[in-house]
Design a protein around this ligand. Sequence first.
Ligand code: SF4
Length: 133
Amino acid sequence: MPDEREFICVTCPVGCSILAKVEGQELIEIRGQACQRGEAFVREELTAPRRMLTTTVRVRGGKLPLVPVRSSAPVPQGLLFALARALRQVELSAPVGDHQPVMLNALDTGIDIVTSRAVEACEGYEEKPGAGT
Ligand code: SF4
C-alpha cells in the first residue's frame, strides 16, 4: 500500500510543498509542484538524495578567521559528513577571493568547493613560501 509523503522542493527559492504517494522508491502520484523540476526533485529524493554543502574553512592571516564555502552543485547526501570533515583540514591563506576554488573534484564527485565571499589579509600579513593549502 502506498505511503503519502510530503517533500519541500529545494530546487529553487519558491520551496513548493509537494505531496507524493510512494511505494518504496517508486513514485505513484504527485501534486503541489509548480513545475516539472519538482517531480524530478522527488524522484531524486526517493533514490539518491543530494544537498548543497555550506560550511566554513579557516583563513590564516585574514581579517576574518573563517570564510564561508559552498559546493558548486548538490552533493550526494551520504558524502556530506566526509566532505565537511575533509574541509576541516583546509586552511586558506589570506587574501581569499570570492568564488576562489577551495577543493576541486571533492572526494571524486566532480563537484568543486568554492568560497562564498572574499576575506582581506590583515595589515602586515604576508604568506610564507610553501604555506597554504
Ligand atoms: S517545484 Fe518548481 S517552482 Fe516549486 S520549488 Fe521546485 S523548482 Fe521551484
